[in-house]
Every structure is written in structure tokens, then in C-alpha cells.
Design a protein around this ligand. Sequence first.
Ligand code: AMP
Length: 132
Amino acid sequence: MSIFTKIISGELPSYKVAESEEFFAFLDINPNAYGHTLVVPKEEEDRIFDLSNDAYLRLMDFTYKVAKAIERAVPCKRVGMSVIGLEVPHVHVHLVPLQEMADIQFTKKVTLTKQEFATLAAKIDSEFKVLN
Ligand code: AMP
């Protein structure tokens, strides 16, 4: 069972920003930038291109909605998107609010307090609910 499956089931804590029947989005705990979010299918699959075409398109549709909420909640030049998966073998899309190229390079990290994580997650969650 992946660490993200444990997050989705509530066994491990997370700062949730959006959820549907099929998908779950939460703040990355070691963010590249303020607002860095992960979008995850609830069903555990390792590689994104092993998803069915339909499941992939539904993931992109949900990711689009989460990105729109992030854009409203976090001032940024644009929201960047990346899929890596070398660390956690459970499909996840990184959405990163960008100010500069370094924000999407996974070497630059920012530190947030628990309170900052919670406030940020609530802000994105409320924008997601306004839009959906
Ligand atoms: P990768 O698999 O290389 O795409 O990276 C996995 C990402 O998951 C990294 O950006 C981690 O910071 C993030 N991550 C790992 N564990 C957690 C967790 N418990 N809560 C939130 N994000 C996590």
C-alpha cells in the first residue's frame, strides 16, 4: 500500500485541497513553492501512462479544476505541471505555482509552518468549491 493510499484513507494526515469520487488533491509536504499541490487517483497505479486512456483524461480534467483553484488562491505567474513519480510509486501530478523556472526544478524548496499549510489548503479548498 502506498503512502498516498494511506493519506487518501485518512490513515496518514494531509492538507487536503480537493476531492472527488475518483481523485484526491493535497499539499506537497516538501514544496518547491508556496501552493505546490499533488493530484492523485484514489486507485493505486504506479505509472501515469499505465492508466487507461479514459482514466488519464479524467485525471487531467480533475487536475485542470484543481489548477484553476490554485490560480485563484495563490498569486503566481502561472501554474506549472509535472509528473515524475521516482519517489512515490502512486500516480501523482505536481501542480506548482510558478514565479521562476527554479520553482519547477525540485531542488528549490520552501518551508511552511503547520498553520501556513492549513491556511493555504483551506484557501485552495474554498476556491475549488466556488468553482465546482
Ligand atoms: P516524486 O515521486 O518524485 O514525484 O515525488 C513525490 C513527492 O511526494 C515529493 O514532492 C514529496 O515531497 C511528496 N510527498 C512525499 N510524502 C508526502 C506526504 N506524506 N505528504 C505530502 N507530500 C508528500
